[in-house]
Design a binder for this molecule. Structure first.
Ligand code: ZN
Length: 323
C-alpha cells in the first residue's frame, strides 16, 4: 500500500434503491426539499427510472439518486452493504428540521451527538436509513440553494455528508480505502471509526462500524446501491483507477455515464464504490432552469425513446415552489 496515495475529493453522489417511484419523488422533493435535477432511466435496465435529487444546480457532492424497483424485497441491513447515509444541514438548523419531519409524519430516531456534532437519524418512506448532521463543508465545496424548494434556503440540505459501512473485520477494507481511494483514519467514538479525505469536513467522511457477528446485508428496497467519490478530472480518475488495481480491486474500467465518467469497484467486504469525475455535469443536455422536467435519455437510447417511455410507470412531479 502506498503511503502517499492520491485521494478522492469527497463523496460525488450516492445511489439507492427505492420502492414506488411516486412516493420517492414526493418525499425527496416535498419533504426534504431537494431539486429533481434529472429524470432518466437506469442505463443498465431501461424499463426503470433513475431519479437524481440534488441542490439547486446539481453540484457534485449533493446528489442522491434512486432506482425505484417496487417489486424488490426490502433490504437486509448487515455487513458488506452501505448503511446510513448522512446529509449536511447548516449549523443551528436542527430544531427546524426536527419539527418539520415530525409534522410530515416521518419516523425519527432519537437525536445523537457524534464527534461533537448534532445528528438526527430517520428513515425515508421505503426504510432507507438517513441522518441529518449539523456540520461545515470543505473549502472547495459548492452548494447552490434551490429557490423553488418548499424548505427555506437558510436551512436547506447542503450536501451528502457521510456514508456508513458495517464490517465484520476492518483490516482489508481499511487497507483498500487508504491505498486505492486515499482515505485516512481520523478518530473513533462509540465504536464508530471515522475515515476521511481532505479536511475531514462534511462530505469527506466514511464511518466504519465493526460487528463480528453482523449478518451479510443484501440489496433491496431501502438499500444503498453504491457510493461514488469525486475526482476533479479524467486524469485523476486514471491515477485512482491504477491505485484500485494495485490494491487488488477489480475495476470496471472507465464507463461513460454521460453526465460524468465512472469507474466501479467493490471494496473487499463487497460494498460497491464508484469513482466519478466532477464534469461535465447535469447542464450538459438540459437548460439549468428546467432540469428534471422531462425524461432525459443518454443519446445512445434516443432511438428507442417511444418504447422506453411506454414501459415506465406514470408519475407526476410534485409542484415545486409551494412554500
Ligand atoms: Zn453512480
Amino acid at each position: 500500500m502506498s503511503k502517499n496515495s492520491t485521494s478522492v475529493t469527497g463523496i460525488h453522489h450516492i445511489t439507492a434503491i427505492a420502492g414506488d417511484p411516486q412516493e420517492n419523488l414526493d418525499f425527496y422533493i416535498s419533504v426534504l426539499g431537494l431539486r429533481l435535477v434529472k429524470k432518466s432511466i437506469n442505463q443498465d435496465a431501461p424499463d426503470t427510472y433513475h431519479f437524481f435529487f440534488a441542490d439547486g444546480e446539481g453540484n457534485p457532492g449533493t446528489d442522491l439518486t434512486f432506482f425505484p424497483w417496487p417489486g424488490m424485497a426490502p433490504r437486509r441491513p448487515g455487513a458488506g452493504v452501505w448503511g446510513e447515509i448522512g446529509f449536511i444541514i447548516p449549523p443551528g438548523s436542527m430544531d427546524w428540521w426536527e419539527d418539520h419531519l415530525k409534522q410530515k409524519g416521518i419516523t425519527l430516531a432519537p437525536r445523537e451527538v457524534r464527534f461533537g456534532e448534532p445528528v438526527l437519524p430517520f428513515f425515508d418512506p421505503h426504510g432507507m436509513y438517513l441522518s441529518l448532521t449539523e456540520a461545515t463543508l470543505y473549502r472547495e465545496f459548492t452548494f447552490t440553494p434551490w429557490a423553488h424548494s418548499p424548505v427555506p434556503e437558510q436551512v436547506q440540505i447542503q450536501a451528502l455528508g457521510s456514508a456508513t459501512l458495517t464490517l465484520r473485520n476492518e483490516e482489508a477494507t481499511k487497507t483498500f480505502l487508504a491505498g486505492a481511494l486515499g482515505f485516512r483514519f481520523d478518530r473513533e467514538e462509540d465504536g464508530r471509526r471515522r475515515y476521511v479525505v481532505g479536511e475531514g469536513a462534511g462530505g469527506q467522511r466514511l464511518d466504519l462500524l465493526l460487528d463480528p457477528k453482523a449478518p451479510t446485508g443484501t440489496w433491496g428496497v431501502g438499500a444503498v446501491h453504491h457510493v461514488a467519490f469525486r475526482v476533479p478530472d479524467g486524469r485523476t480518475q486514471e491515477v485512482i483507477d491504477q491505485q484500485i488495481r494495485e490494491n487488488h480491486g477489480r475495476s470496471s474500467g472507465v464507463i461513460d455515464r454521460f453526465w460524468f465518467q465512472s469507474v466501479y469497484v467493490r471494496e473487499p467486504s463487497g460494498a460497491l464504490c464508484e469513482v466519478a469525475t466532477d464534469g461535465p455535469g447535469f447542464g450538459v443536455d438540459e437548460d439549468m432552469a428546467h432540469l428534471g422536467e422531462t425524461l432525459v435519455l443518454p443519446p445512445w437510447y434516443e432511438p428507442q425513446r417511444e418504447a422506453i417511455e411506454a414501459n415506465l410507470a406514470p408519475i407526476k412531479l410534485p409542484v415545486q415552489g409551494g412554500r
